[in-house]
Design a protein around this ligand. Sequence first.
Ligand code: ARG
Ligand code: ASP
Length: 739
Amino acid sequence: MKYFKLYFLFVLLSIASCKTAQETTKSTEPEKAHILSDAEAKEIQGGMWIPSLLEGMNEDEMKLLGSNLTAKDIWDINNASIKDAVAIFGGGCTSEVVSPNGLLLTNHHCGYGTIQSHSTVDHDYLKDGFWAMNYDEEIVSPGLKATFIKRIDDVTSQIFEGITEGMDEAAKMKLIDQNINKVTKAAVKEEWQTANIKSFYKGNQYFLIITEVYKDIRMVGAPPTSIGKFGSDTDNWMWPRHTGDFSMFRIYADANNRPAAYSKDNVPYKPKHFLPISLDGVEENDFNLVFGFPGRTNEYLPAVGVSQIVNVLNPAKIEIRENALKIVDKYMKADEKIRIQYASKYAGIANYWKKWIGEDQGIHQTNAIQKKQMKENEFSKIVNEKELTQYKSLLSDFEKLYKDIEQVSLARDYWIEVAYRNVELLNITFSAYQLEQAYKKGGAEAFEKSKERVLSGYENKYKNYSAKVDQPVFESLTSLYAQKIPKEYLPENMKGVDFSKLTNDIYQNSKFTSLAGVKELLAGTPEEVIKKLNEDKAYVFGKEMHNIFYTKIEPKFQKINMELNAVQKEYMKALMEVFPKDRFYPDANFTLRANYGRVKGYEPKDGMYYTTSTYLNGVMEKYKPGDYEFDVPQKLRDLYYAKDFGQYGENGKMPINFLGTNHTTGGNSGSPVMDADGNLLGLLFDGTWEGIMSDLYYDADIVRSISVDIRYVLFIIDKYAGASHLIDEMTLVHPKKNK
Ligand code: ARG
Ligand code: ASP
């Protein structure tokens, strides 16, 4: 026993000593059977790793955490591997294939927009759920895509070709862009595949990513919102959680199993690999692997950058959204049609509003800024000792640049949150503004092209537009804008204005408040359209905001930001050189990543411990009849009282959600959570309040992701919805019981 432990420590140390960036050298085979202490495990958790580079350090760490998987089981470009079962869902989530017939699982909140688009007051799939009982009932969902990753190639040297030390940043960026174009065009791929290049490690490394994009995706099933979004915004980002956050789709392909536009002749997609499903559940300390598409993190910012986010930018954005949410909420509660129209928009606004609040809190609670400062002191010391002169000015450069960018960043966020995101009328005038700009730059031809795009965008926007809701949002947010935006960026027409009068005037007289009105505005020759636009009150008002954004805010922001990026790139390189023993993973950039960790509870506060799993009895504890967040459908209550859990229960209880230490972020939603053998345990759907700051600062003691237990998903499909034919398509396994 003792010997074992020593051997284990030796392995751990030998891994620790060669932790640079994600590398591919193979170290000694680590022995398993030792249960890691929390302190030992802490050292090898966190991070979102490039799946094609898992051999070596990552594979060893996964084994130490209890995995039986090899790097090749996860990523293999020649043979079936787990990667073949994982796809980007739509434009911002993850999904996984769970049957030989292309059945695709993702979160309910990822399918939400699609479920809403198929819903009406009479067929309200948000409220009642939906289940296709055969292929014919599956609903075609135009615009929805599933994207698989076929290859990831390092093309760094090609992207840096021609770059020399003395070049200024703008010239460098231009050349890099040209090289990116060249390499993308020259990429070796099949004709139905696409090629993209993404930057990693703050621009120190570039990878070519070859994908296959399936475009015929059909809706198969969704639980009612009272299950799929149980707890709604109150429970969002929180533990204990009880949400059945899943929905189901199917990928269709042409006769050759390749991507194709919708056709009734398309057939269910045959995957190279689909995930078997474990019925054995999770226990504390079990290994788990999340595999998906984390969107954006910023782990390597200097303290001054983090401080600006949490002390300046987040509070401004939080205030804006708070104002919008209050108003929209009021109207949604008063009107069924508005509730459906605004459901998805509201959830989107509320989601990040709450996230930023938690992020600020978490950064303060973990003293992340002070810890970053300490690390920076250490950095400076080593840089001085080793005379790494090229790195000496980095931290003071950051200080200066963050100071320079602060006001313009703030102005930019005000414009984005008010004019682009939350006041719909302003967003709509922005498209029209782009149309006018297209004409100015490219003449009639550019105008017509842009007009087509703008009009089809409007068709979508007005489907869910209510001027009644938007008007008070406009009034509230424009007056906030006038008060809060740094003065140099305040449009003339917002100075000394009575916003209530102005708002009334605009909403009474502008043609932008309806689709018919806007179509009227956009009819005619370019000259006529532009003349009409410039006589419209909403347009004239919005145009000044957009103009200032384009002529003052954006150019200044981009200029300083480019310099910041250059320093950040150098700092990333410097960190890796100065701290060769640290584990460096590239920030999330919405590319496929493996995030391993353990099933684990945590201590949210002194004297409290959150256990790893929640159960259906917890749903019943939260049950509030008739409440829009905590109602429980009759059928689910019946199943609960009858304890009719079938093969999905665990010791007479129905598991709902569980926690893991995996380092995840927005975009990971819907990601498969797999066991030590690659069987599906659940779907990741959230992070916890105390650890929400993990985009800026990860800490294995407190950061947790939240997943819905796959047994609850199957139970809802089978026992609640009676769609057992879907279960029959899947492969259910008992990896623990069979040991
Ligand atoms: N917080 C989750 C993630 O970023 C979304 C969960 C959606 N559910 C909800 N109740 N809003 O996107
Ligand atoms: N809910 C997030 C998403 O939509 C996931 C997370 O941030 O944990 O991707």
